[in-house]
Design a protein. Structure first.
Length: 90
């Protein structure tokens, strides 16, 4: 069978595209979208995930999970100007 040549589209021609969405998954919320309890829950889930990876010998994966879990907490600390920890030290 011979291949068909692609259609010839003149330069500067307007094109219309029709796109069909065939799937969707809700992504992880960004840190700024999470409430404090959501940030704490997320950190706990990543801690557990990191522990499992560590036990399995996947040290790089464990470090990544721990860092991912700490990120929203660090953001929360930064937003408060360190007040959360500073109060505990006074």
């Amino acid at each position: 069978t011979a291949k068909e040549a692609p259609p010839r589209i003149p330069p500067n021609a307007g094109l219309d595209f029709e796109v069909e969405l065939v799937g969707w998954t809700e992504g992880q919320k960004k840190s700024w979208q999470m409430s404090v309890p959501e940030k704490m829950q997320f950190a706990e889930e990543k801690r557990v995930e990191g522990n499992e990876m560590f036990k399995a010998g996947d040290y790089d994966g464990a470090v990544k999970a721990y860092k991912t879990g700490l990120s929203p907490l660090q953001d929360m600390y930064d937003e408060m100007g360190g007040a959360m920890i500073a109060r505990g030290k006074e």
